[in-house]
Design a protein around this ligand. Structure first.
Ligand code: HEM
Length: 519
């Protein structure tokens, strides 16, 4: 083990923040297996790709011009509304072709077809994701990520390399007992968050406009505990400390990743200032992660066994896999969870009756005792509230797969290479799949026979072999934080209603000035 860690340290020391021109590097190749092998035979009644309805691309400009501000009418920030209008205008299957620099897309609004494609998935589904991260891992830092075929991680990785890595990590990350092990420490972080809310409230008991930033700190602190087995001290971080460097790097990553992924990809032509900051941030996250892996390794050797997720990974899969896994968890596990919690708090703040029912449930289960592993499982209404928020406002509004061979979807023959995007935001809010879809009704997830509900219309964590690897931890963190907050406060909201926007998660747009009144 010592020898392998030595190799990692040597390589990470070689990381430089002088970014080369991206176009000089090779693009990573992947050996994808097919999605939907059950749809191989194309019957004569199947219609062609050309016949799929959708907005017509213009010569040279394709459909990209539609996203040009003031001219095109489509907005990246409001893809939610764009998707709703596409569904209305063109139906359940919409072609979005001619997006410059991106493959053609197929938007699917049909839950039955989503189920069929997911259930037909092969052993290594390909999910289109983060080309800028792909470039970082497989070109700029290929000495670290690409040296061993099986060690590139799961984000922006596909095919055999993804499957080998995911197998090593899944067992540890997705086990319920592994998540339950963190109940007490995650509850301590939630207590610190409750105290922080008390500290930052103004004279009207309202949080400052940048409250979302405090929620990010809570999320980072919780994930630091899970992925790095350490308390980062995000609520009281000290300038220049390792924690502060990590916090700053994660912040820079979030600010830049949305821009790099959603806007025109200039970084592919030359290393823009934002791209250089992005690479420096990733390097920092990776090097801090490695220092914690080194510590976990020493602790494992000293203890003669493992006591945390990180130590489990180090012992089960080796320090290199543990480091890459921790990095991936950091890249996608912070703003997803924080935006989901911020959105839930905002939704609860205007629903006192839901808060009261939640409070009753929590009080009944805990009966004055501290939260213990297993308690959350006795709180179905709490879980239902989170599901309901993620149905109406999924932080990831749609997720998808890149077809690795021609596949029939919605009666059309869709060519290999197309990005198929399952539109969970639109389906989750559709009366076709959920009765009283526009009503916030957590009880629909409890009294399932009373309410219409299609299981594949709302999949906030995805589905199948590539579903969210951090789901168990995300749910644990969210449930515990909400439980502690509802126990401590009544929440209210007394400002203009907030619209939602994509930033890059689907989140309330505007100052989150929530009123927290001590119970
Ligand atoms: C509310 C919180 C979260 C939501 C809504 C969410 C949602 C998602 C979705 C939709 C996917 C794609 C799944 C698919 O393609 O089928 C995904 C993948 C992933 N998520 Fe999450 N996520 C959340 C929190 C987290 C957390 C806390 C972590 C880490 C601890 C995490 C780690 C991952 C990883 C590593 C993947 C990639 C899995 C793979 O490609 O094999 N997520 N997540």
């Amino acid at each position: 083990m010592r020898h392998r860690l030595g190799v990692i340290k040597w390589r990470i020391r070689g990381i430089s923040t002088n970014v080369q021109c991206p176009v000089q590097g090779h693009r990573a190749r992947s050996t994808h297996a097919a999605v939907g092998s059950v749809f191989d035979t194309v019957s004569p009644s199947v219609k062609s790709w050309e016949e799929v309805p959708g907005p017509k691309p213009l010569p040279l400009l394709g459909n990209t011009w539609r996203f040009v501000p003031y001219i095109g009418g489509y907005s990246v920030e409001h893809v939610d509304k764009v998707c709703l209008s596409l569904r209305e205008k063109y139906g359940k299957c919409v072609k979005m072709a001619g997006l410059l620099g991106r493959p053609d897309m197929l938007f699917v609004f049909d839950a039955g077809e989503v189920e069929r494609v997911f259930r037909g998935e092969d052993s290594a589904p390909h999910r289109p994701s983060m080309p800028s991260l792909n470039y970082y891992k497989h070109t700029l830092r290929k000495d670290f990520f690409g040296a061993e075929k099986d060690c590139a991680g799961v984000i922006a990785v596909h095919g055999d390399s993804w499957a080998a890595f995911r197998t090593k990590v899944s067992k540890v990350a997705l086990s319920t007992s592994s998540a339950a092990h963190y109940t007490v420490p995650v509850a301590e972080v939630a207590d610190a968050f409750v105290n922080r809310i008390r500290e930052i409230r103004d004279e009207k008991s309202e949080t400052p406009g940048d409250f979302l930033n405090e929620v990010h700190k809570w999320s980072l602190e919780s994930l630091g505990l899970i992925a790095l087995d350490t308390r980062l001290g995000c609520f009281e971080s000290v300038e220049g400390s390792e924690s502060q460097r990590l916090i700053d790097a994660v912040h820079t990553f979030f600010i830049s990743v949305g821009e790099l992924e959603l806007r025109a990809p200039w970084w592919r032509i030359y290393p823009t200032a934002m791209f250089r900051r992005y690479v420096a941030a990733l390097d920092t996250i990776l090097s801090v992660t490695l220092s914690h892996v080194e510590r976990a390794l020493k602790e494992c050797e000293a203890n003669g066994g493992s006591k945390s997720l990180l130590q489990d990974l180090v012992t089960a899969a080796g320090p290199r896999v543990a480091a890459v896994a921790a990095l991936d968890l950091f890249l996608v596990g912070i703003d997803t969870t924080s935006n989901a919690v911020a959105s839930t708090l905002y939704q609860l703040a205007s629903r006192p009756h839901v808060q009261e029912r939640l409070h009753e449930e929590i009080t009944k289960v805990l009966q004055g005792k501290a939260l213990a592993p297993g308690d959350i499982n006795q709180m179905p209404y709490l879980k239902a509230c989170v599901k309901e928020v993620l149905r109406m406002y999924p932080v990831v509004i749609g997720n998808g797969r890149q077809l690795t061979k021609d596949t029939v979807i919605c009666g059309y023959n869709i060519p290999k290479g197309t990005q198929v995007i399952f539109q969970h935001y639109v389906m989750g809010n559709s009366e076709e799949y959920f009765s009283d879809a526009s009503e916030f009704r957590p009880e629909r997830w409890i009294q399932r026979s009373t309410y219409k509900h299609h299981a594949f219309a709302s999949l906030p964590f995805g589905f199948g072999k590539r579903m969210c690897l951090g789901r168990r931890f995300a749910e644990l963190e969210m449930h515990i934080a909400l439980c502690k907050i509802v126990q401590a406060f009544k929440m209210e909201y007394h400002h203009e209603p907030l619209d939602y926007h994509i930033h890059p998660m689907y989140t309330p747009n505007g100052p989150l000035r929530l009123k927290f009144i001590d119970r």
